[in-house]
Structure formats: structure tokens, C-alpha cells
Design a protein around this ligand. Structure first.
Ligand SMILES: CC(=O)N[C@@H]([C@@H](O)[C@H](O)[C@H](O)CO)[C@@H](O)CC(=O)C(=O)O
Length: 313
């Protein structure tokens, strides 16, 4: 059973981009303004840092520690939760980052499956997750399922079997997959103190219908205020309003996908919408060409209006 005061990862959570300088170094000076933007303009109170959107796998362990520390310190008193992704290709690095997350006051940790040498079974995957979780046993622990990136397709429902006996700090799943049957199976076999958050922004409404406790995603950096409205509409049974907002994001992403949507494009859109200069992505990802950025920004404004901020308060 979870301690009464423990926070769960629920509601709308922005998966943050990692600010870089034009030369490609981590840019800690942007983190304070970034947090203020999310709170004041997007009504976002929880963040998930150093994840996929944060380009964690392109960062060194030292860079990830510096970023995690800064996010946690600067979010204190402003955000409800900072969950730090600590997954790496090596168990030792993941454990190191998990211990560090506990020292800097993170509210939870999440771990992606290693994807070079992949676990072949749920048992192999949970054995890896357990070793990381035990390095920070006081922090709520979430398994981060993102098969489109890792290529690890172990059904999450299988991962959940007996997981609390193996990992006492286990508190849920960040489910960034399209398999809604697997997600539904996770929900129907979940415990009351777990949190199952959905991570495919363009079909969040389906995740909510299946029973998601919240959402973590990249687009909530710049459509967070609208998606807060979507979640309230869903809770109130206003499917029409919820669908209207969901369809707008689908329209934006369909448009961007036709031109070529990747993390570089996504990061550029956040810079353009927020006015924060988050810099380029790190190689091998490349910066969005200016003409593409311009037309995607125009599409954003035609769908979501200028600024989106008025719905935040
Ligand atoms: C594959 C991928 O990057 N998925 C994103 C989504 O937010 C995604 O960008 C969005 O649904 C648009 O496709 C998140 O699930 C990733 C995420 O939460 C993270 O950065 O850790």
C-alpha cells in the first residue's frame, strides 16, 4: 500500500523538451522561463523530464543529472510534480540516475526498456526494472512503455503480473503505445494506488475512455490549456467538446506528418509557440527547415487561435 501523502502521476503532464544552445550544449538558463511558461500560459502543473521528448538517449549521464537537478529545483513551489526518466541502455547508468533522482527530490522515476539488447520476456524486463527501482526504493516507480521507439513489444499486462512483490515502489505505467486492448487490460488489472497515464496525445480521448488516470505527452507543452479543457469536458460527459479539441490536434499532427514530423519539428513548434528559444535537437536529429516551421506554426494558429493562453486561467 502506498503512503497516504504520496503523490501519484495524474492529470495532464508535459514531457519537456531539453533546451540546448545553438552549439548543442544543454542550456540550463532556459529551464526557469520554461517552467513559468508552462504554469502561467498552459496551466501545466506536472512535468516528465529527460524522457523521449527530452532526448534523454542522446544525453550523457552527467548532462541528465544536471538537467534533472535544475528541473526539480526550479519547479519547487511552482509545480505539483516532477517525474524523472532514468532509463538507459545500461543497468548501472539507470541505477546511478535513479539514486540521483532520489537525492535531488524528484517526485517519481520512470524507466524505459533497454532497446539495443532487448528483454525477450516480461520476466527479463521486470528483472531489469526491479534492479533500477531498488536503487531508489523511496520513489514511486513507473514503467515507461513506448514500443514505437524501443521495439520492445512485451505486453504490459504481463509485466504487471506479481509486480508489486518484485518492486514494492511500483506505482504504475506510462503507456505510450497504440494497443488499447493491452492498455485496457492494464486498467482492468490495476490497483487503486497505481496510476496509468496515456502517452499518445493524438488519441488521448480513447485512452481516457479506457480508464487512463492522466496523460503525458510532448504536445501538452503547447496545447496544454486546450487539453485541460478536453479532460474536463470528458469528465463532464461533454463528448462533443472533447472530440472537437482532440480532432484539432489530430489535424495539426496530420498536417505536420505530411511535411515530416519528428522531434526536431516538434521542438521548433514549441519554441515558436512559446517564444522560448529551446535550440536545435541533438544529432542525429536535425533542425526543422524554416519554411516547414513557418507553415506548421500557421496551421497551429489557424486551429488553436492566438494565443492559446486565454483558456489557461
Ligand atoms: C513517440 C513519442 O515521442 N511519443 C510522445 C507523444 O507525446 C508524441 O510526441 C505525440 O503523441 C505526437 O505523436 C510521448 O509519448 C513521449 C513522452 O511522453 C516522453 O517524452 O517521454
Amino acid at each position: 500500500m502506498a503512503p497516504a501523502a504520496e503523490k501519484r502521476m495524474t492529470g495532464l503532464v508535459a514531457a519537456t523538451f531539453t533546451p540546448l544552445t545553438p552549439e548543442g550544449e544543454i542550456n540550463l538558463s532556459m529551464i526557469g522561463p520554461y517552467i513559468d511558461y508552462l504554469v502561467e500560459k498552459q496551466n501545466i502543473k506536472s512535468i516528465f523530464v529527460n524522457g523521449t521528448t527530452g532526448e534523454s538517449m542522446s544525453l550523457s549521464v552527467a548532462e541528465r543529472k544536471a538537467l534533472a537537478k535544475d528541473w526539480c529545483h526550479k519547479a519547487k513551489g511552482k509545480m505539483d510534480q516532477v517525474v524523472v526518466h532514468v532509463g538507459c541502455m545500461t543497468l548501472r547508468d539507470s541505477q546511478d540516475l535513479a539514486r540521483h533522482a532520489a537525492q535531488i527530490g524528484a517526485d517519481g522515476i520512470a524507466v524505459i526498456s533497454p532497446s539495443f539488447f532487448k528483454p525477450a520476456t516480461a520476466a527479463a524486463l521486470t528483472a531489469f526494472l526491479r534492479e533500477v527501482a531498488l536503487a531508489a526504493p523511496t520513489l514511486p516507480f513507473y514503467y515507461y512503455h513506448i514500443p514505437s521507439v524501443t521495439g520492445v513489444n512485451v505486453p504490459v499486462r504481463d509485466v504487471l503480473i506479481g509486480i508489486e512483490e518484485l518492486i514494492p515502489s511500483f506505482r504504475g505505467i506510462k503507456f505510450s503505445g497504440n494497443d488499447l486492448m493491452d492498455f485496457g487490460q492494464c486498467v482492468s488489472n490495476s490497483r487503486p494506488h497505481w496510476s496509468l497515464v496515456y502517452g499518445v496525445d493524438e488519441q488521448l480521448l480513447a485512452g481516457l475512455a479506457m480508464g487512463a488516470n492522466g496523460a503525458v505527452g510532448s504536445t501538452y507543452n503547447y496545447v496544454g490549456c486546450y487539453f485541460n479543457t478536453l479532460m474536463t469536458a470528458f469528465e463532464n460527459g461533454d463528448q462533443l467538446q472533447a472530440r472537437t479539441i482532440q480532432f484539432k490536434l489530430q489535424e495539426l499532427l496530420c498536417f505536420a506528418m505530411k511535411i515530416g514530423f519528428d522531434l526536431g519539428v516538434n521542438k521548433q513548434l514549441m519554441s515558436d509557440v512559446s517564444g522560448l528559444n529551446l535550440g536545435p535537437p541533438r544529432l542525429p536529429l536535425i533542425q526543422c527547415p524554416p519554411d516547414n516551421a513557418k507553415s506548421i506554426l500557421q496551421k497551429y494558429h489557424s486551429l488553436f487561435g492566438t494565443p492559446c493562453h486565454s483558456e489557461a486561467q
